[in-house]
Design a protein around this ligand. Structure first.
Ligand code: 3PG
Length: 229
C-alpha cells in the first residue's frame, strides 16, 4: 500500500491519502508493545486472523524495531507502523526497519518538521487545540488523539470538529468495547487504536485463540455500530 522507496518524500496531500487508506483498512488498530521476541509472529497472526491487519508496533520495548523488521519480511500482507516515535533518531530507525507509517504520542516541532522530509506518513499525537494548530500550520490534517479517554474522549473530539472541520483523528488510550460506540459516532474519527483485544496476560500465556476471538468480536461490534472507518 505504501511505497517508502522513493528518493523524494511524498507531499503532505499524498501522505493524507495514505493515512486515510490505512485507517479505512484498519478500523481498529492494535497498539502493540512486544515483551518477548517469540510473541511477534503468533500475536500478529492472531490479530490478523481476527480481522485486524494494520498494526502499530511501539518502540516502548527493546523488541520494537525487530518486530517491525520481522513482520515486514515475514508477514508482508500486513500493514506495519511504528509507534512511540519520540525524536529524529527514532524516526530514522523505524524508516530503516521498514515501517510503513509513523505514530507519535505527542508533538514536537522538531519531529513534525523532520517527518515532512520522511517518505512515511505520520500521525502526530495531540491532546489539545493548540497542538493541532502547530501541526496544522505545517500541513498536518490527521492526528492521533491521545490519551483519548483521559483527555475527555469523544466529547472533546466532537468539540474539536468545530474549529478543525478538515481534521481527522485516530483516538487511542482507554478505548474498549464499552465506549467504542461514542468514538465511532464522531464523523472526525477515522479509526481507533487500542490494546483491549490482546490482554497482556493472554499474550504471556500464549492464548492466541482468545486473542483471535476477541479481535473478531471487536470487528463484529464495530460492524454492528455501523460501517465506519
Ligand atoms: C496507546 O499508546 O495508544 C495506548 O497505549 C493504547 O491505549 P490502551 O492500552 O488504553 O488501549
Amino acid at each position: 500500500m505504501i511505497d517508502n522507496d522513493n528518493s523524494q518524500p511524498p507531499r503532505m496531500a499524498e501522505k493524507i491519502v495514505q493515512i486515510d487508506q490505512l485507517c479505512a483498512r484498519a478500523r481498529i488498530m492494535p497498539v502493540i508493545t512486544i515483551a518477548r521476541e517469540t510473541d511477534i509472529l503468533p500475536l500478529a497472526d492472531a490479530l490478523a486472523e481476527g480481522g485486524l491487519s494494520v498494526l502499530e508496533i511501539t518502540l516502548r520495548s527493546a523488541h520494537g524495531l525487530t518486530a517491525i523488521r520481522r513482520l515486514r519480511k515475514e508477514r508482508p500482507e500486513l500493514c506495519v507502523g511504528a509507534g512511540t516515535v519520540l525524536d529524529r533518531t527514532m524516526l530514522a530507525a523505524v524508516e530503516e526497519a521498514g515501517a510503513q507509517f509513523i505514530v507519535t504520542p505527542g508533538s514536537t516541532t522538531e519531529l513534525l518538521e523532520a517527518a515532512l522530509h520522511s517518505p512515511l506518513p505520520m500521525l502526530p499525537g495531540v491532546s489539545s487545540a493548540s497542538e493541532i494548530m502547530i501541526g496544522y500550520a505545517l500541513g498536518y490534517r490527521r492526528f492521533k488523539f491521545f490519551p483519548a479517554e483521559l483527555c475527555g474522549g469523544a466529547a472533546v473530539l466532537k468539540a474539536l470538529g468545530g474549529p478543525f472541520g478538515d481534521v481527522r483523528f485516530c483516538p487511542t488510550g482507554g478505548i474498549n468495547p464499552d465506549n467504542l460506540h461514542r468514538y465511532v459516532a464522531q464523523p472526525n474519527v477515522m479509526c481507533v487504536g487500542g490494546t483491549w483485544m490482546f490482554d497482556s496476560a493472554w499474550v504471556t500465556a500464549g492464548d492466541w485463540t482468545r486473542i483471535r476471538q476477541c479481535s473478531q468480536e471487536a470487528v463484529r461490534l464495530l460492524d454492528s455500530l455501523g460501517e465506519k472507518g
